[in-house]
Design a protein around this ligand. Sequence first.
Ligand code: KG4
Ligand code: ZN
Length: 371
Amino acid sequence: MLLQNEIDARLGASLVSKKRIILAYLHKSKTFQSMNVLGIETSCDETGVAVYDSQRGLLAHALFSQVKIHAEYGGVVPELASRDHVRKLIPLIRKVMGDAGTVPGDIGGIAYTAGPGLIGALLVGASVANSLAWAWGIPIVAVHHMEGHLLAPMLEPDPPDYPFVALLVSGGHTQLVRVEGIGRYQTLGESLDDAAGEAFDKTAKMLGLGYPGGPALAKLAEQGMPGRFKLSRPMTDRPGLDFSFSGLKTQTLTTLAATQGSLQDKADLACAFQEAVVETLIIKCRRALLQCGLKRLVVAGGVSANRLMRTELDQLARKEGFQVFFPRLEFCTDNGAMIAYAGCQRLLKGRLMPPEIQSRPRWPLDELKPA
Ligand code: KG4
Ligand code: ZN
């Protein structure tokens, strides 16, 4: 917090200049019929930037993935992540603004991920975003990373209407949320231990696969024989919408130890693990839709890129008469476009904030205010 206060003091400047900028925002807020928003995502191991135009849609977006940097350590090294964001963010902003055909004067607001995430990584995005907003004299909005994921399907040609149930499945979160509108979220259930993506990553590591584990495990599972192993569907035999995935990981390890550990054994186990996670998630989605009396489901976050998950949910939706919405594959995992979109919706509603560094490693989604 000391660091944050210090940066705030340096960047946020004096009370007088803060007041001047807030007044400028209030004045501009009357004219926010449309705007271009620069979105900045640096919460973990991807530097994502986008320009979203409230009338024309997404103008440009790009991503620097840090996969190669972290791969040799088998997981994200927070300090290396922060340093790479420092290196990549400004060149990426230049590129994306160029691709979008925009100059600073065209940008009406800046949206950045303020949390949850790795504190050092978040601070890089927050500092750059606040510096640019200050220099360009434009409003800024601190975006919740999971709200970004939740709204990512809104970037697609056929977005869902509100209300809907959202399943958020990423590396750090597994949540079922009732969504009435932007910022109107009620958590229905969540993971009591590992997030679904985390379970994929840890299990992949046990199977000797590299980082990031989710996609690697899913790829290996394609060579597996379905049905050879049957793993449990945790917490599906009792009421409620919470999840628990850490036992499944242990069960996979025990099952592996009882085999020869050949590549085929591993592929068969990967297949069983993927089926167990996907079926567990789907059982709870179905239950949440019934409980809420809703027929629209959004699935977002890194694990929503899982092919088995997408196919099975599409089939169930057709059979049971509900609609399911996913982001396109590249917007399932972290990206700047979802942050630009979420920030734009809040800025258009006049949700203006004073220029200050906001970085929250933990930030419950329920704490958000409606736009
Ligand atoms: O949303 P995201 O990019 O970052 C966080 O906010 O955490 O999600 C990353 C997570 C990782 O755990 C990764 O292994 C998982 O999503 N993931 C997948 C797949 N693609 C990414 N898990 C299963 N199958 C996939 N195809
Ligand atoms: Zn994410």
